[in-house]
Design a protein around this ligand. Structure first.
Ligand SMILES: [Zn+2]
Ligand SMILES: [Zn+2]
Ligand SMILES: [Zn+2]
Length: 137
């Protein structure tokens, strides 16, 4: 699906800014930080618009947050499973210390974790750090 079609599927008004941001994600194959989006788009896009676009994509279930090391946040495309306001992921994220890229390991799930009584789970994040497949050769 192209970026334009995806925007339509998610009932998002088409703007060239949204399409370009989405294209970056579709072509990247790994998670992107706000700064990656900024530098990927070039100087004619302002920070606030990019921030709002990411916010919108998050809200509708198009991208999800990836907690990077050192408290940074990146964003990655959701697979088909997310809907507005509801992200359903339990996959692991992998940060490569060689190339610095963070990837969704969609086939690798966070094991079931039992919480003590009275704790309600909302979100789980598991980041594994090491060397990725591409660098490990
Ligand atoms: Zn999601
Ligand atoms: Zn790597
Ligand atoms: Zn992910």
């Amino acid at each position: 699906m192209t970026a334009a079609q995806t925007l339509k599927t998610f009932n998002l008004r088409h703007t060239s800014g949204r399409e370009e941001v989405l294209d970056l994600f579709l072509n990247a194959g790994h998670a992107l930080a706000h700064s990656d989006v900024e530098s990927g788009l070039g100087p004619d896009h302002d920070r606030v618009t990019i921030y709002r676009t990411l916010r919108t994509f998050l809200d509708v279930g198009l991208i999800h947050k990836v907690l990077d090391d050192e408290g940074g946040t990146k964003y990655a495309l959701c697979r088909e499973t997310c809907t507005e306001g509801h992200h359903h992921h339990d996959h692991v994220h992998f940060k490569c210390e060689t190339c610095g890229q963070t990837t969704c390991l969609d086939g690798v799930h966070i094991p079931a974790i039992a919480l003590p009584d009275g704790y309600a789970r909302k979100e789980m994040n598991l980041l594994i750090q090491g060397v990725c497949q591409g660098c490990n050769q």
